[in-house]
Design a binder for this molecule. Structure first.
Ligand code: DGL
Length: 264
């Protein structure tokens, strides 16, 4: 296979990475893709940095065995804890990561208060703390952090519209709204699936943002700079792999004939 036709590889702890996959496919409709959902080990959010690194290495090796041309760590927890390790260990491939979009939110905020909902692993990571401290010191932005405890577990069970998830979201978001935030950053790739519920809970003036489009754009830029963009204009092939519950992943899959779901 010529290099340009090799697939873009993506991984996440679970179904959340499909939100990034969707942005990538929208922006680069001729790219082949492979997505790995490590559902068996989800959630990553409460694990230690060392545990997250081991899982991210395993996911990377699976994608490398399947001959991908670039790896998108479609997981904020994985990126903030493991991407520098992955970049120094696997030097022959580029990694694109995702981090909570607190910087763009902070720079646009009028109230100078930004809320971020993310996993414990992301919020306690050195990378996140550095970005947030810079923003606090240099721009005078206040960051209101909340751990989305329990949300990923419910999403991984396919219970997106459950009353439990609605109650948890109310518990996390209402105190943030009371603090006068005008931006809410979704700092976990699972959370965009909760947007309809989130919008029922928070006031309309709070803008909700995530990093999905920015990650797709960055992936495209890096592929283009390395002359790896697929310019064949042929209908691409997509595979979603899961080592856990394939039927849950199926719930998030678009109904297209060039996407195959595979149990591993
Ligand atoms: N989707 C992930 C993230 O962006 C992982 C969540 C988890 O497994 O706890 O952080």
């Amino acid at each position: 296979m010529i290099n340009k036709e090799k697939p873009i590889g993506l991984f996440d702890s679970g179904v959340g990475g499909t939100t990034i996959w969707k942005e990538i496919v929208k922006l680069m409709p001729y790219e082949n893709t492979l997505f790995l959902a490590d559902n068996k080990n989800a959630p990553y959010g409460g694990k230690t940095k060392e545990e997250i690194i081991v899982l991210c290495e395993r996911n990377t090796e699976f994608l490398l065995e399947n001959k991908v041309k670039i790896i998108v760590v479609a997981c904020n927890t994985g990126t903030t804890n493991a991407i520098s390790h992955l970049r120094s260990k696997y030097k022959d491939i580029s990694f694109i990561g995702i981090e909570p979009a607190i910087k763009p939110a902070g720079l646009q905020s009028v109230t100078k208060k930004v809320g971020v909902l993310a996993t414990k692993g992301t919020l306690s990571s050195e990378l996140f703390m550095k970005t947030s401290n810079d923003l606090i010191k240099k721009e005078g932005i206040q960051i209101v952090e909340k751990i989305g405890e329990g949300l990923v577990n419910l999403i991984e069970k396919g219970q997106i519209e459950s009353p439990e998830i609605f109650e948890l979201l109310k518990k996390y978001l209402l105190p943030m709204a009371e603090e006068n935030i005008d931006y809410l950053v979704l700092g976990c790739t699972h959370y965009p699936y909760l947007l309809p519920q989130i919008q029922k809970i928070i006031p309309e003036n709070i803008k909700v943002i995530d990093s999905g489009y920015a990650v797709a754009k960055q992936t495209k830029n890096v592929l283009s700079q390395s002359n790896l963009l697929n310019d064949s204009q042929r209908k691409p092939h997509h595979i979603w792999f899961s080592n856990g519950n394939l039927s849950v992943l199926q719930q998030f899959a678009p109904n297209i004939d060039n996407l195959k779901l595979q149990q591993i």
